[in-house]
Design a protein around this ligand. Structure first.
Ligand SMILES: Cc1ncc(COP(=O)(O)O)c(C=O)c1O
Length: 362
């Protein structure tokens, strides 16, 4: 019997391509003729070497990263990077700008402040509950980096274009939109993302870091907290999260070979986002919470006329096979997370359901 699968709109951990899950299932007991599961083999084996090297190579190809970049697979999640970034790059006398666009940027700022680093919040959209991405920001000349959150998972906003920093390297938390569209990676000193939305299961964080940033790492940091430790050892200074990295590798293979790369992925993501935003623009029943020019293509946040209707909407949607539509507990409302693995058909089915719900309750 075919397994029962729902339309999964979870914010993270989130939907993965079904073909990838099937591939994992198929080779789970005997990985590439080894007679072992991927979860049972040594990370020092040729089998795992091939996995991690392929994941790195695909990441570099997809983002056109040149030889100055190292691709790392680390533990501790995106949240660990919030402290590792200032620890590694802000030695005495250095400063950085941060743009505060929501919950996750706020957390990144807090970690730099706990460490006593003299960072500046160059812009914030907190005045309107983070419903927009700030424009025309005056960045600090000579700063070591500018930190942004490319997509705000909870508030449903996204940078449509990255800001002009006057040559200061960008650092971005791309946890909820990595691999969703092409971008000019050469402007970034570092970008990072927890895997559990667009790449794989929880347990691994991808970090792409440029050599001029690595040169800033102080010798005095504990070994595990230095980016250079992981860069020097191809992410295998200690035992890496092998299963998570293997899944990421398969997702990236799917992205390159089945989807056809980031341009194609971006087109598909735009198509999905348009389906939902067009419905909201035509309706006064579903109201998007983000400003139009700041809307996220990954996390579509919206309100219904009142909280009772929102509760009913989420309950009936769940009953009908649409999961994960409740907004984050800190903001309420509703949210449809439409990451790479969510199909156009799933979003169309949701839109049809939303229209029917409106006709019965509007
Ligand atoms: C934009 C963003 N940054 C950071 C995080 C935290 O990631 P992790 O749980 O991997 O630390 C999340 C998780 O939802 C997120 O959406």
């Amino acid at each position: 019997m075919a397994p029962k699968r729902i339309f999964n709109f979870n914010a993270g951990p989130a939907a993965l391509p079904q073909t990838v899950l099937e591939e994992i299932q198929q080779e789970f007991l005997d990985f590439k003729g080894s007679g072992m599961s991927i979860t049972e083999i040594s990370h020092r084996s040729k089998w795992f070497d091939d996995v991690i090297n392929d994941a790195v190579a695909r990441t570099k190809r997809l983002f056109h990263l040149d030889d100055r970049y190292k691709v790392l697979f680390l533990q501790g999640g995106a949240s660990m990077q919030f402290c590792m970034i200032p620890m590694n790059f802000l030695a005495e006398g250095r400063t950085a700008d941060y743009v505060n666009t929501g919950t996750w940027s706020t957390k990144a700022i807090k970690e730099a402040q706990i460490l006593g680093k003299p960072i500046k919040v160059a812009a914030s959209s907190e005045d309107r509950n983070f419903a927009y991405i700030p424009k025309d920001i005056a960045f600090t000349p000579g700063a070591t980096y500018v930190h942004i959150t490319s997509n705000n998972t909870i508030k449903g906003t996204q940078w449509a274009r990255f800001p002009d920093t006057g040559g200061v390297p960008l650092i971005a938390d791309m946890s909820s939109d990595i691999f969703s569209r092409p971008f000019d990676a050469g402007r970034f000193g570092l970008f990072y993302a927890g895997a559990q939305k667009n790449m794989g299961p929880a347990g691994v964080c991808l970090v792409a870091v440029r050599d001029d940033m690595l040169a800033l790492t102080p010798a005095t940091l504990p070994t595990m907290l230095k980016y250079t430790t992981h860069a020097d050892k191809n992410s295998m200074f200690n035992t890496p999260p092998c299963f998570a990295i293997y899944t990421v590798q398969l997702v990236l293979k799917w992205l390159e070979e089945t989807v056809g790369g980031l341009d194609k992925m971006a087109q598909r993501n735009q198509q999905k986002a348009d389906l939902l935003y067009n419905l909201m623009d035509e309706s006064d029943f579903y109201n998007g919470t983000a400003d139009k020019d700041s809307r996220s293509m990954m996390n579509v946040t919206f309100r219904l006329p009142d909280e009772a209707l929102e509760k009913k909407f989420v309950a009936e949607a769940t009953e009908a096979g649409f999961g994960g539509l409740k907004g984050h507990r800190s903001v309420g409302g509703c949210r449809a997370s439409i990451y790479n693995a969510t199909s156009v058909e799933a979003v169309q089915a949701l839109v049809d359901f939303m229209k029917t719900f409106q006709s019965r309750n509007g």
